[in-house]
Ligand binder design. Structure first.
Ligand code: ATP
Ligand code: MG
Length: 354
């Protein structure tokens, strides 16, 4: 029996609801498969925990997490704690502490789901987001608070090592897809240091991948291409900030923020990788039982793939698609189903899938 250890960290808001649903689906898959077992430990680190203890991650917390094969993360963010405190308190220390520099965000329109685009069926993208530096390096300062001369800097940091490894990762991933097409997204007309270096390193790395077609787009221009000509894009690689924005757009174009998954990978596997839905804690629907769990299920499928459970990962994707195709949709997709309805539908399909 293969055993995989999972650190479950629901976090805040609907994070707790979708992670509970995700674990239920994972249990169903393990039972159906029979070849593996998940050992799940729960970590209650979120904004309630922070308000009680004054920190999100207790001392030695990262050290404890390090022993796990994967981290299954919900969302962080609460109305009681400023967003920059919660994000820097929990999610970023894990992603940076475990050098999860490759953030992978697939987007496509699942069966039965309607896209706001007429040609939404043409969406089949993977957005690769640099996840360790860039605009979110945390580098900056603020002086003269409250005075008319108050000023703040927020300096993006790009290192050759950081840029080269994300490009290499993107080429490797693009190479495995049918279209084998990688689009470099930067803003090197206006930002002439870091962004120009991104472009240069991209073309250096490209020499090692003659089998991958490449093109280049400015980040503003690529948004129009995503909307008007979705079929012309396959894999996109962009900086931390740019890809963050593009992937919310991609999620909305593929039907809802509630269906989009993310993997935060440490590709060298020195440290655990972290899997989370794209969406945040969604206070407006917390506690109502209507959060769409599909993004978390898709995320779980990516986690299974990372753990080497390829059959279970595929079975989960088929079950998700069967459920969306049958019209069991939460309100964000225009339906009336609850989180539990969708979870049960997916579990039923797991049971019946060949
Ligand atoms: P973050 O800053 O953490 O990215 P956010 O402020 O961008 O969070 P979300 O919490 O993701 O916002 O929510 C944005 C909108 O999308 C909200 O109206 C929310 O209800 C909706 N939404 C997000 N996730 C889901 C989901 N899983 N199911 C249904 N609706 C969702
Ligand atoms: Mg957001």
């Amino acid at each position: 029996m293969r055993v995989h250890t999972i650190a479950a960290m629901p976090g805040d808001g609907i994070g707790t609801e979708v992670i509970a649903a995700g674990l239920q689906v994972l249990e169903a898959l393990a039972a159906r498969d029979g070849g593996f077992r998940l050992e799940v430990e729960h970590f209650p680190w979120g904004s309630d925990y922070y308000q009680k203890h004054g920190h999100y991650i207790p001392e030695g917390g990262l050290e404890r997490l390090k022993a796990f094969d994967a981290i299954f993360f919900g969302a962080v963010g609460s109305q009681q704690v400023p967003d920059h405190v919660s994000l820097w308190g929990l999610r970023l220390p894990i992603a940076q502490g475990f050098d999860q520099y490759a953030n992978v965000r697939p987007a496509r329109v699942l069966p039965g789901v309607s896209s706001p685009l007429k040609n939404g069926q043409d969406i089949d993208w993977v957005i690769i987001r640099e996840n360790s530096e860039g605009e979110y390096a945390g580098n900056g300062g603020r002086v003269h608070r409250g005075l008319p001369i108050e000023a703040a800097t927020e300096t993006a940091v790009f290192t050759r090592t950081g840029v080269e490894r994300i490009h290499r990762f993107a080429f490797e991933l693009a190479r495995k897809r049918t279209a084998r097409h990688l689009t470099l997204v930067t803003k090197s007309n206006a930002q002439r240091f870091g962004m120009v270096m991104w472009d240069e390193i991209f073309y250096e790395v490209a020499k090692d991948y003659p089998d991958v077609k490449t093109d280049r787009e400015l980040v503003d221009a690529v948004t129009t291409r995503m909307v008007l000509k979705p079929k012309t894009l396959d894999v996109l690689v962009a900086t931390n900030l740019h890809a963050d924005i593009l992937s919310d757009l991609a999620a909305a174009l593929s039907g809802s923020l509630g269906i989009a998954p993310t993997a935060n990978l440490n590709p060298e596997r020195q440290f655990p990788s972290m899997f989370e839905p794209i969406h945040g804690s969604a206070f407006d629907i917390t506690g109502k039982g209507i959060a769409n769990p599909i993004g978390t299920f898709w995320t779980a499928s990516m986690m299974l793939e990372h753990l080497g459970e390829f059959d279970a990962a595929r079975r989960l994707m088929s079950a998700i698609e069967a459920a969306t195709a049958s019209g069991v949709h939460t309100p964000d997709l225009g339906g009336r189903a609850t989180t539990a309805d969708v979870t049960n539908a997916v579990c039923d399909h797991i049971g019946s899938a060949a």
